[in-house]
Design a protein around this ligand. Structure first.
Ligand SMILES: CSC[C@@H](O)[C@@H](O)C(=O)COP(=O)(O)O
Ligand SMILES: [Zn+2]
Length: 221
């Protein structure tokens, strides 16, 4: 399917989804210092050829401008003539789409996801068990345990992108970059938002649990 074959309505709907998500996440202060990037895929999925709308690089994501998004292909190359640069992390989005065929990917930097990703950085994953919000990932067994992968935050994005396919656990729709942020995805914007919110809940829970454990150890001495 060529980019020009995708209906204008579908492209416009993707941009509307992104606008709404960006506005909501900005209201949560999830885009400090121009950090964060969002994308929504359009058209049929073929791992060899797909397209998505992605936030332009370096923008203040807490405001709306007519130049916030652009469409790129499976290699992160803009589909139309533009002066905009796609997110510096577009190749990571490409690898997640290629591996999962998902419909939307959201990336944010929060204090909780940075602290937890560094605390568990050496072991390479964040463990989570028995937290109700794990059901947001459609994992329903009692006392379910998951591992949220953590990748090294190399300066060169292609070095990170090449690690993505093997790091992805099909049951867990997210990956962390150590001391950087989370990428959460889903079949559409609604599901990617649900998953991102569940991950951030788990990170905050895990962080506070560590503080409680430390307080308990301290009071026992
Ligand atoms: C300026 S700090 C954040 C960036 O380095 C990057 O991690 C990020 O999330 C946003 O990059 P962008 O190119 O605007 O999509
Ligand atoms: Zn980032």
């Amino acid at each position: 399917m060529a980019f020009s074959d995708i209906r204008l309505e579908q492209k416009q709907a993707a941009l509307q989804d992104l606008k709404g998500i960006k506005e909501l996440f900005a209201s949560r202060n999830w885009f400090p210092g121009t950090s964060g990037n969002l994308s929504v895929r359009v058209g049929d999925f073929n791992p060899e050829q797909f397209y998505f709308a992605v936030t332009a690089s370096g923008k203040d994501k807490s405001v709306h401008t007519p130049e916030d998004y652009l469409f790129v292909d499976q290699n992160g190359v803009p589909c139309e003539a533009t002066g905009l640069k796609p997110s510096a992390e577009t190749l990571i989005h490409c690898e997640i789409y290629r591996k999962t065929g998902c419909g939307a990917i959201f990336h944010v930097h929060t204090i909780d996801n940075n602290l937890i990703s560094d605390w568990y950085g050496e072991q390479g994953y964040v463990p989570a068990q028995g937290i109700e919000l794990i059901k947001a990932f459609n994992i329903w067994e009692e006392d379910a345990a998951i591992r949220i992968p953590i990748l090294p935050n190399y300066a060169e994005i292609p070095r990170i992108a090449e690690l993505v396919p093997d790091a992805i656990d099909p049951a867990v729709p997210g990956i962390l970059l150590r001391n950087h942020g989370i990428y959460a995805w889903g079949n559409n914007a609604f599901e990617a938002k649900k998953h991102l919110e569940a991950f951030e809940f788990i990170f905050e829970y895990s962080y506070r649990r560590l503080l409680l454990n430390a307080a308990r150890l301290h009071s026992a001495q």
